[in-house]
Design a protein around this ligand. Structure first.
Ligand SMILES: Nc1ncnc2c1ncn2[C@@H]1O[C@H](COP(=O)(O)OP(=O)(O)OP(=O)(O)O)[C@@H](O)[C@H]1O
Ligand SMILES: [Mg+2]
Length: 514
């Protein structure tokens, strides 16, 4: 705050004059301090003599929205700034103070020249002179407009909150975190749980929990500490039925003490439906697994029949034809029979071709290489056939780190590869295909990548893509996954990944099997 500077006279003031000037400085500082304090506290002070002379502090001007330069306080001008409905009480209070002295507090409204209203707590005090007469009044005006507005906002928020609580369609309650006792419950809670309100308010949170799930107090407190939202509890209704409730809780101040407000969302049906979906998925998975193994067994059986029975019959036929050939080649055969020998030789050649076709068919029905040589050899055979049939270069890379896979995992990976390559043949229009078998981040990964036209992401996620679904189901059976993504710069990459840990587990299970 700038101090008043002393007049520069050119002469040094006498000690008495200097003391007077210091005293004036101190007085001025005190006045400034008082004015500052009034501004901060929104309290203005005034003084009014019997003759009507009125003196206002700076804050009085601010409260009334006027300035000392533009406004002179007088009985009339001051009254003009009092709200018309409060003028009478204001005048009566002044009259009473002049008549009897003492202190009086009352409220009134000031209307500023710009039309805005201020809420004032006023105090008057009459000071008697030596003759016992009230010569003048002093008083204060405290502007409490902001305080009142804040109070009103709090009241409004509380009323809105109460309404939200009372009319909420979901059960809500407030409980004491110390005792778990209910402090308030809404109509929806009363309706859903079936306890009359009075009974509810005599219960604790533990009375709601189904007996198998009663949380200890420390559980509840821990849950509170974690600000657990969306935690689900199993509750028991008054009639004994169980329901699943998802809880959202929040600490609030309730009638001056900390409490927890809870919104409970009934998820019984949703959970049941979700469980049903899980169950039916599980059943479907089991069915697919059974189908796959039945299919594999059936193929193996047919392959065996084809190979053994047809093979044997054809071999028998071949031996007969050989015998016929030999007999027809013996010397002395009539010339007319020469044609027979040609036919026998031709038929023998046809039987050779049929035998080769039967072996191919049997091999395709049940990839024998998989049984005898393992996945690597079976994949190599598959890749060779793919190249021959499609006339598209197809490479196979198998990393050394790939462990020996148990038959189930090897089977599933082989069939996944077969379906992926069939898809390439049917849909991709590729010019190059790569098949890789590797170990990455603890997973055995089979990748089939083509540089074809690519796959629509909607088709990938569609439940109707049975070939893709089958690949996923096969991977799932050995704890793995199949992902189908776009390859770079174009094409499709199918990745089947089975965790190595899973591979070892499958291996162990198979080893202990008798
Ligand atoms: N490598 C690929 N490149 C481009 N599109 C592909 C590829 N693989 C699959 N698709 C697309 O994804 C679709 C779904 O494949 P999916 O294997 O599920 O069915 P499908 O091959 O049409 O019939 P199937 O049930 O006989 O296998 C295919 O119809 C094809 O449009
Ligand atoms: Mg397919």
């Amino acid at each position: 705050m700038p101090r008043r500077s002393r007049p520069k006279t050119g002469r040094t003031p006498s000690p008495a004059a200097a003391a007077r000037l210091d005293a004036a400085d101190v007085l001025l500082d005190k006045q400034r301090l008082l004015s500052e304090a009034q501004r901060i506290a929104h309290v203005g002070s005034w003084r009014q003599g019997r003759g009507g002379r009125i003196v206002w502090s700076d804050e009085m001007y601010r409260i009334h929205g006027v300035t000392p330069q533009g406004f002179t306080p007088s009985s009339e001008s001051v009254q003009a700034l009092i709200h018309p409905q409060d003028r009478t009480i204001f005048c009566e209070q002044l009259d009473m103070a002049f008549a009897g002295g003492g202190v009086a507090d009352f409220e009134l409204r000031v209307v500023r020249p710009d039309g805005s209203e201020r809420q004032i707590v006023a105090r008057t005090e009459g000071a008697a002179d030596t003759a016992g007469l009230i010569g003048h009044l002093t008083g204060t005006f405290q502007d409490i407009t902001e305080r009142r507005e804040a109070e009103a906002a709090v009241r409004e928020a509380a009323a809105r909150y109460r309404q939200l609580f009372e009319t909420n369609p979901h059960p809500m309650w407030i409980y004491d975190p110390g005792t778990l006792r209910f402090l308030a419950v809404n109509d929806a809670a009363v309706g859903r749980y079936g306890y009359p309100r009075a009974e509810f308010l005599g219960m604790t949170l533990n009375d709601l929990h189904a007996s198998e799930a009663v949380p200890s107090l420390s559980d509840v407190v821990k849950a509170m500490d974690e600000q657990q939202a969306g935690a689900a509890w199993r509750h028991r209704l008054k009639d004994g039925r169980l329901i699943d409730m998802e809880i959202i809780a929040q600490t609030i101040d309730f009638e001056g003490r900390p409490a927890r407000v809870v919104l409970a969302h009934d998820v019984t049906e949703r959970r049941r439906a979700a469980q049903d979906v899980l169950d039916s998925r599980e059943a479907l998975r089991a069915l697919v697994q059974r189908l796959h193994s039945a299919q594999a067994q059936e193929r193996a059986r047919v392959a065996r029949h084809v190979h053994d029975e047809l093979g044997q019959l054809l071999t028998g036929l071949k031996l007969d034809l050989r015998w016929l050939e030999r007999r027809l080649s013996e010397p002395g055969l009539p010339v007319a029979m020469y044609g027979l020998l040609d036919h026998a030789v031709g038929a023998s050649g046809v039987v050779d071709e049929i035998l080769a076709a039967v072996q191919r068919l049997a091999a395709e029905l049940r990839p024998g290489a998989l049984d005898h040589l393992g996945l690597a050899a079976a994949l190599a055979q598959k890749v060779r056939r793919f190249q021959q049939r499609n006339d598209v270069p197809c490479t196979l890379a198998i990393a050394d780190a790939v462990p020996v896979l148990p038959p189930t995992v090897a089977d599933e990976l082989f069939y996944i590869c077969q379906e992926a390559l069939t898809n390439v043949t049917r849909h991709a229009r590729a010019t190059r295909v790569q098949v890789r078998l590797d170990v990455h981040d603890g997973e055995v990964r089979l990748e089939v990548e083509d540089d074809g036209i690519g796959i629509d992401p909607d088709v990938v996620s569609s439940q109707r893509s049975l070939g893709l679904l089958g690949m996923r189901e096969r991977a799932l059976q050995c704890g793995g996954t199949v992902t189908v993504n776009a390859a770079q710069p174009h094409g499709t990459i199918v990745v089947a990944a089975v965790p190595v840990q899973q591979v070892q587990q499958v291996q162990q299970v198979q080893q202990v099997r008798p």
